[in-house]
Design a protein around this ligand. Structure first.
Ligand SMILES: Nc1ncnc2c1ncn2[C@@H]1O[C@H](COP(=O)(O)OP(=O)(O)OP(=O)(O)O)[C@@H](O)[C@H]1O
Ligand SMILES: [Mg+2]
Length: 386
């Protein structure tokens, strides 16, 4: 009987990956690290699920022992207002100051002069520790918190790296513009703190950092993250099969990466299904089966996304998938019934804004490779033949 360890899938998706599960990106790690440890703020941008959060977490893990640098992580996933943001920021910052929760309580007294936070301690203080504020009191003294990172870095003589995931959520705050201005005006004076900002909504992130009239314009080095090349995926997939007593040929492993256009999340997801369907040796039939499973699993989500498009947008997607070159040419307009040239241009813009499509080196493509396969299959009667 195989032992349990062998039965666990060696592929991971839907969670950030680190250490042994993290592949390649050596240049990105060095680039990010060089920036952050020398005080250069950095902004990470990519389409969804290409590996931004994993890259930052992994960089922190491998560079954790470097002198005098401390990392602080804030996830704004569930942060919906300014007060929440300050609470999270302060809680995580205090954790940087010591590994003992007793010291955190002490440090609250040292670091807060104007505001008196409420300290919440649960059964397991190291994980169940948080601060909360009275908004009325906090409102008048926001700078005290916004400057807390610098204050802590100065006091402990460290280079502090503050990483904020889902940063684009600041746009949901009530007075978002004013908040952005305040944050930027204070953070730009921080000498011993570098900020690493990233988030899953590419368009919103790009707007925050690339628009001249926004407070965070030119806040830091913008790193556009790429996908992971096939040459790194192939040996990874082959090895992961081997480690669990199964086999896959290089050719088939490469095919998985190519089919998923090297999209990190989907390469891992498809590899997982191929692995699951394989008893000992993966075959073309297993791959075919795995693709169908993957499309099935994602159907509800894709259906929801497509249902929100207009008919002309759906027809335009067909033209894009078919590699049409000139969307506004008379013939294309007629063949696909996509309206007037003005309509087409407007729809292209909207699809791009919604992150459906991307223009890359003169070529317009669907951003999501699995959605593309699904769309081909269900909307265009495309039959796979691996
Ligand atoms: N370096 C890597 N090596 C192996 N797999 C990776 C790597 N980076 C990302 N992945 C795969 O991609 C998935 C998504 O990664 P991650 O959550 O870091 O992306 P993200 O860009 O932060 O996503 P989102 O835009 O949704 O926030 C992971 O669960 C993993 O399957
Ligand atoms: Mg992420």
């Amino acid at each position: 009987m195989k032992d349990l360890e062998e039965e666990k899938s060696p592929f991971m998706f839907g969670k950030t990956v680190q250490k042994m599960d993290f592949i390649n990106r050596t240049k990105d790690i060095e680039h990010l690290w060089l920036n952050l440890r020398s005080g250069i703020n950095s902004v990470l941008i990519s389409p969804r699920r290409w590996g931004k959060s994993s890259l930052v977490e992994h960089t922190a893990t491998v560079k954790n022992n470097e002198n005098n640098v401390r990392w602080c992580f804030i996830d704004m996933f569930a942060v919906r207002n300014e007060n929440n943001f300050y609470e999270q920021l302060c809680t995580e910052l205090l954790k940087v100051t010591s590994s003992k929760w007793q010291n955190w309580v002490e440090n609250v007294k040292t670091f807060f002069q104007q505001i008196v936070p409420h300290i919440n301690i649960g059964q397991e203080p190291t994980t169940d520790f948080s601060l909360s504020f009275k908004w009325e009191e906090l409102k008048k003294n926001r700078e005290e918190i916004i400057n807390l990172p610098e204050k802590i870095a100065q006091k402990f003589d460290i280079q502090l790296i503050v990483c904020i995931d889902e940063f684009q959520n600041i746009h949901t705050f009530e007075e978002a513009d004013a908040f952005e201005k305040l944050l930027r005006s204070q953070w730009q004076h921080h000498k011993k703190v570098s900020y690493c900002l990233y988030g899953s909504k590419r368009t919103l992130m790009t707007d925050i950092f690339n628009q001249k009239n926004r407070a965070f314009y030119r806040f830091g080095d913008i790193i556009m993250l790429d996908k992971i090349a096939t040459e790194h995926w192939t040996p990874f997939i082959v090895e992961r099969f081997a480690q669990t007593g199964k086999e896959i040929s290089e050719e088939l492993a490469e095919k998985i990466a190519v089919l998923m256009k090297n999209h990190p999340y989907y390469v891992q997801q498809l590899s997982h299904y191929v692995w699951e369907f394989t008893r000992t040796q993966a075959t073309h039939a297993t791959l075919q089966q795995a693709i169908m499973r993957m499309l099935e699993v994602n159907t509800a989500l894709y259906q929801y996304e497509i249902e929100h498009l207009s008919n002309t947008q759906v027809e335009l997607l067909k033209a894009i998938v078919n590699n049409e070159k000139q969307f506004t040419a008379q013939e294309t307009l007629q063949n696909y019934r996509i309206g007037t040239p003005q309509n087409v241009l407007k729809n292209l813009k909207m699809l791009e804004k919604m992150d459906f499509i991307e223009k890359h080196k003169q070529k317009t493509e669907l951003l999501d490779p699995a959605l593309e396969l699904w769309f081909r299959h269900f909307y265009m009667n495309f039959k796979f033949n691996i």
